[in-house]
Structure formats: structure tokens, C-alpha cells
Design a protein around this ligand. Structure first.
Ligand SMILES: Cc1cc2nc3c(=O)[nH]c(=O)nc-3n(C[C@H](O)[C@H](O)[C@H](O)COP(=O)(O)OP(=O)(O)OC[C@H]3O[C@@H](n4cnc5c(N)ncnc54)[C@H](O)[C@@H]3O)c2cc1C
Ligand SMILES: *[C@@H]1O[C@H](CO)[C@@H](O)[C@H](O)[C@H]1NC(C)=O
Ligand SMILES: *[C@@H]1O[C@H](CO)[C@@H](O)[C@H](O)[C@H]1NC(C)=O
Ligand SMILES: *[C@@H]1O[C@H](CO)[C@@H](O)[C@H](O)[C@H]1NC(C)=O
Ligand SMILES: *[C@@H]1O[C@H](CO)[C@@H](O)[C@H](O)[C@H]1NC(C)=O
Length: 537
């Protein structure tokens, strides 16, 4: 040792080591280094950064994921999950993902029907930015507003409002574990939509991080981008950090009921009448129909059951008068009605057993999960009574099918189609959601998927056409998807017009301006188009 040649050898080996470790340096390490450099304060990586070799990785990945279909072993997995603790860490994550060219998915409540917030089918490697730890809610009753952070659930928001006032509420989702971040980006409907419109119709400001890593509020982002984020779908324009919402008035006592009729109990006739009544009745009344297959009273036979599940913003006596006048066919009685507070009605409609304490909403996580596939339609003309029987034939071919018919009208008809990207407004009688769920993994998955596609084909003559409209928050990849790391305008327009009608073009225009390099992209993100083509829009 000590001779010039052996020194040379040491340097050679050493530099070889440096070069090879630089090139094989895992992306996770590079990312954490970048985050540390770009972040103002120290990041506690042990509790906010999860790689597949960490024992908490699977728990964190699965935590809020609602559709088990996207947790199957065959599904692509992220390189790592980062759960930021403040707004500046979200900024840093965007800057670093961009610099290191790692594809990013953002998750708030994890309820995406096609798992797009935690699985990328089109591009690897990818990471997840999970906002689960950003869930502050600041309710200001005096000003009738609240600032809410993207990772909070809608149930937590309802609870925090009711904690401060019994006569305030917010018109958004029925399912209480939805994440504010993803939910409001697509519209957000619930049992007060006929009175107050959607969640997006009641948003007054927002704070987002754009593709450059800048934090923008409404004034800074401008009205075009503020329009686009209120219904243009999640994951296309930026990351919502906060929404500022406008609270709405609710009466101290509201009424809820559920009345079920099977085919043997005249279900078809009543459902036919419902289609004409529910979209036009008193806008304080939201009366949806849950349609299932159940055992018939005749042993060994199956039947279709239709459950009318409703919220009335008022007392039971007033409700009974309204029902007697406009919908006597249902035969609603005082015994069917439960008068309660608005927050208790939230629990009732979400399906919690009676007397469940409202504090359950603070758990902020889904109460059940399943493998499922869903689709949606909007109905503009009453489906004839005779046609219903032909639908039931195909409906009853599935093991556990579910349809939810959700009435429109009221405030929904008063808001112009172009006011927000959500276009399914005046002229819509009701929305149909088709669902099939199962628990045995991918064993019979093809069968279930085929059934729902067949049923969707069966209902085609009765629903909206040109385009056959769909709800972006009920994301459906059957409608088409972007290809590997590239979004083509033509391909996107297949589902773009279904989700947004003519608003799709305006969304493309906004996207082209605010994120021309398409940093925020996924299977159904809004595509940017080249500057020189923009003049045609
Ligand atoms: C059981 C169940 C019940 C439902 N009930 C209703 C209902 O009553 N009313 C209704 O309107 N909808 C309902 N939905 C649909 C729901 O609104 C959407 O699935 C919504 O996207 C969920 O938001 P999330 O934050 O939980 O989902 P996530 O899976 O976290 O996100 C959904 C999409 O938004 C993107 N995203 C997430 N966070 C952000 C963010 N902070 N900024 C920008 N983009 C983001 C994601 O990347 C993804 O593309 C229901 C869904 C389920 C599974
Ligand atoms: C891995 O997870 C455990 C908790 O399960 C945590 O204590 C540990 O710090 C994590 N390690 C890293 C490197 O993040
Ligand atoms: C319906 O009937 C079948 C047998 O015919 C039985 O196995 C099943 O449990 C019943 N389901 C319900 C919900 O009662
Ligand atoms: C809704 O559309 C109908 C015709 O379909 C029209 O008569 C009515 O004025 C419209 N309502 C509003 C509020 O635009
Ligand atoms: C898409 O992927 C291809 C092949 O990996 C690559 O050459 C191309 O640069 C990528 N395009 C974008 C926009 O990232």
C-alpha cells in the first residue's frame, strides 16, 4: 500500500462508487432531500413519509381507499406516500415531484370510484400526496362562512357546524366520509340540493397550490380558474388546500322517512308517479329512491324493492300535507316520519342506526368498504311504466345490484349550466346511479363488471343522449381514458362532454393556460392543448 498505483486504484474505486450511487440513488431519497431543502421547517419523515419497506406503508395506503378493486395485488403501487403537515409542505412536494419527474397523485378522502387518487394505471413510477393530516375546520357563524382544509371529511364539517349552531348547515354529500378536497371539486350533491344547490354552488373562496408551486386564493387565481375548480373534477388544475364555504340556514327541526314498496305492493305505479312529482315538489323535500333486489313474500321468489328515503326541511305535519296533496300514492303516515335535528338527519340519511351519537362523524373514515363498480345517468323524460318491467329483468340478473334515483329540480334548475363546470341542471328530472358491490375479490369480478355494462346498455333509450351525461364524481373509466403519460384532446372529449357538456371546452382553455405542461394529470384529467390551437376555442 502507499504506492502511487494503489492510491490510483483507491481513487478509481471511490469515484466509481460515487457515480454508481448517484445514479442508483433511490427516488425516495432524492425526494426527501429535495423536500428538506425546499421546506421552511424540518419535516418529521419518520411519521410522514412511507416507502414500501416500511411496516406502516400498507396501512397508510389502504387507510381511506374506498374501492377495494384498486387495492388488489395486481394494481400498481406507489413508490412512496407523503403526508404533509402544512401548506408549505404541499408546495415543496409539487416543486420536488416536478424537478425529479415523478408522477404525483393527490388524495383527500380516497373515495374516487376508480381509485385515481392512489393508483396510476397509465404511468409509473408514481407517488401519493395524501392530505389526510390537513383537516382543520374553522366555522365562523357570525359571518355565515367556514374555512375547511382539504383532508377533512364532509361529516367532520357537518359536525363542526352543528356544534356552533343548530340552524346552520351545508349542502353537500350524503356519505359522511367523503374528503372535502376531492368531493367539492366535482360538484358535491346531497339532501339539500333542491333547496340550496350543490357544494360548489356554495363555495366563496379557495386556496390552492398551482403547477408552479404557488399558493393562490380566489383573487390571485382569477375567476376562470376559480370557475374551473368548482366542478371541473379533481386532479386537473391544482391542489386544493382550503375551501371557504357559505353556510346555509336549516330549521331547528327537520323530518326524515323511509317507506319501502315491492313490486307486489304497486312499486311500478308509484315509481312512475315519483318521476313526475319528486323533481317538481316543494324544494324543501328531497326524496330519493333506493332500488334493490330482495326476497319476495312468495317463498323462493325474488322481487324488486323501492325505498323512498327522504329529508324534509320542516316539521312532519307540513310534510304530510305536501305528500297528501302531491304524492298520496306513497301512503306516507305520521308513523313513518321522524322529526329530528339537521345533524341527526345527516346520520339518518347516511344510514347510521338510530341513536348513533353525532360524534361518530369525527372518526373521519369510511364505515365500510367493498369491491364495486358504478355508473351514472341523467333522466330528462319520464320512463314509461311498461318499460320498468323490462329493466327489472336485467336488474334481477345480478346478485347485489343497487340503483339510486336522485331527484333534481328546485334550485338545481335555477342555476345556469355554465355557472360552474357541473352542467346537469334545468331539464334534468333525476340522476340514476347504478352500483354493484361484492366482497370476494376478483373471483367473480368479470361477471359483475359485465352485468353493470349490460344494464347500462339496457337503460340507454330512457336517459339523456348526445351526450349521454355522467357525473364526474362517479368516475367511470368505461367512458374512456387518457393514454400513457399523454392526454389527447380528442380522446378526452369522449368523456369530457359527458361530464361537462359545453363547459368542457372552457375547462380545456383554462387548463391550457394554467398547466400547459400537464403536471396535474391522470386517466381522466382535462387535457391542455397547444397555444396556437387555443384560438379555435
Ligand atoms: C361511498 C360513497 C358515497 C358517495 N356519496 C356521494 C354523495 O352523496 N354526493 C356526491 O356528490 N358524491 C358522492 N360520492 C362521490 C364523491 O364525491 C367522489 O368520489 C369524490 O371525488 C370523493 O372525494 P375524496 O376526496 O374522498 O376522494 P379522493 O379519492 O381523495 O379524490 C378524488 C379525485 O380528486 C382528486 N383530489 C383529491 N384531493 C384533491 C385536492 N385536494 N385537490 C385537487 N384534487 C384532489 C384526486 O386526485 C382524485 O382524482 C360518493 C362516493 C363514495 C365512494
Ligand atoms: C417506519 O414505520 C415505523 C412505524 O411503523 C416508524 O416508527 C419508522 O420511523 C418508519 N421508518 C421510516 C424510515 O420512515
Ligand atoms: C332470501 O332467501 C334465501 C333463500 O331462498 C336466503 O338464503 C336468504 O338469506 C334470503 N335473504 C334475505 C335478505 O332474507
Ligand atoms: C327550465 O327549462 C324549461 C323548459 O325546459 C323552461 O320553461 C324554464 O323557464 C327553465 N327554467 C329556468 C329557471 O331557466
Ligand atoms: C412519455 O413517455 C415517453 C416514453 O417513456 C417519453 O419519451 C416522453 O417524453 C413522455 N412524454 C411526456 C410528456 O412526459
Amino acid at each position: 500500500m502507499g504506492s502511487p498505483s494503489s492510491l490510483f486504484f483507491v481513487i478509481l474505486v471511490y469515484s466509481f462508487f460515487l457515480v454508481s450511487s448517484a445514479t442508483s440513488f433511490p427516488i425516495q431519497k432524492k425526494f426527501t432531500r429535495c423536500l428538506q431543502a425546499k421546506s421552511q421547517n424540518a419535516i418529521p419523515f419518520a411519521t410522514s413519509f412511507f416507502t414500501p419497506d416500511n411496516s406502516s406503508f400498507t396501512t397508510v395506503l389502504e387507510s381511506t381507499a374506498q374501492n377495494l378493486r384498486y387495492l388488489l395485488p395486481s394494481m400498481p403501487k406507489p413508490e412512496f406516500i407523503f403526508t404533509p403537515l402544512d401548506d408549505s409542505q404541499v408546495q415543496a412536494a409539487i416543486i420536488c415531484a416536478k424537478k425529479l419527474k415523478i408522477h404525483m397523485r393527490v388524495r383527500s378522502g380516497g373515495h374516487d370510484y376508480e381509485g385515481l387518487s392512489f393508483v396510476s394505471l397509465i404511468e409509473e413510477p408514481f407517488m401519493i400526496l395524501d392530505l389526510a393530516k390537513l383537516r382543520a375546520i374553522n366555522v365562523d357563524i357570525a359571518r355565515n362562512t367556514a374555512w375547511i382544509q382539504a383532508g377533512a371529511t364532509i361529516g367532520e364539517v357537518y359536525y363542526r357546524i352543528s356544534e356552533k349552531s343548530q340552524v346552520h348547515g351545508f349542502p353537500a354529500g350524503l356519505c359522511t366520509s367523503l374528503g372535502i378536497g376531492g368531493h367539492i371539486t366535482g360538484g358535491a350533491y346531497g339532501s339539500m340540493m333542491r333547496k340550496y344547490g350543490l357544494g360548489v354552488d356554495n363555495v366563496i373562496d379557495a386556496r390552492i397550490v398551482d403547477a408552479h408551486g404557488n399558493i393562490l386564493d380566489r383573487a390571485a387565481m382569477g375567476e376562470d380558474l376559480f370557475w374551473a375548480i368548482r366542478g371541473g373534477g379533481g386532479g386537473s388544475f391544482g391542489i386544493i388546500l382550503w375551501w371557504q364555504i357559505k353556510l346555509v340556514r336549516v330549521p331547528p327541526a327537520v323530518t326524515v322517512f323511509t317507506v319501502t314498496k315491492t313490486l307486489e305492493q304497486n312499486a311500478n305505479k308509484i315509481l312512475y308517479k315519483w318521476q313526475q312529482v319528486a323533481p317538481n315538489i316543494d324544494e324543501n323535500l328531497f326524496m330519493r329512491v333506493l332500488i334493490k333486489v330482495t326476497n319476495s313474500s312468495v317463498a323462493g321468489k325474488k322481487t324488486v324493492s323501492t325505498s323512498y328515503n327522504a329529508l324534509y326541511l320542516g316539521g312532519a305535519n307540513k310534510l304530510l300535507q305536501v305528500m297528501k296533496k302531491y304524492f298520496p300514492e306513497l301512503g306516507l303516515t305520521k308513523n313513518d316520519c321522524l322529526e329530528t335535528s339537521w345533524i341527526k338527519s345527516v346520520l339518518y340519511i347516511a344510514g347510521y342506526p338510530n341513536n348513533t351519537p353525532a360524534e361518530i362523524l369525527l372518526q373521519g373514515k369510511p364505515s365500510s368498504k367493498a369491491y364495486f363498480k358504478a355508473k351514472s345517468d341523467f333522466v330528462r323524460q319520464v320512463i314509461p311504466e311498461t318499460a320498468l318491467n323490462s329493466l327489472w329483468k336485467v336488474f334481477m340478473q345480478e346478485d347485489g345490484p343497487l340503483m339510486i334515483w336522485n331527484p333534481y329540480g328546485g334550485m338545481m334548475s335555477k342555476i345556469p349550466e355554465s355557472a360552474t363546470p357541473f352542467p346537469h341542471r334545468n331539464g334534468t328530472l333525476y340522476k340514476i346511479q347504478y352500483l354493484t358491490g361484492w366482497l370476494d375479490g376478483d373471483k367473480n369480478m368479470e361477471k359483475h363488471m359485465n352485468w353493470i355494462r349490460r344494464f347500462y346498455y339496457t337503460t340507454k333509450p330512457y336517459v339523456s343522449s348526445f351526450p349521454r351525461e355522467a357525473y364526474v364524481n362517479y368516475r367511470d373509466l368505461d367512458l374512456g381514458m387518457n393514454q400513457f403519460n399523454e392526454t389527447s384532446f380528442l380522446r378526452s372529449s369522449l368523456w369530457g362532454y359527458k361530464y361537462f357538456k359545453d363547459n368542457f371546452m372552457r375547462l380545456v382553455k383554462v387548463k391550457s393556460k394554467v398547466d400547459p405542461s400537464n403536471f396535474f394529470r391522470h386517466e381522466q384529467s382535462i387535457p391542455p392543448i397547444k397555444k396556437k390551437l387555443l384560438i379555435f376555442l
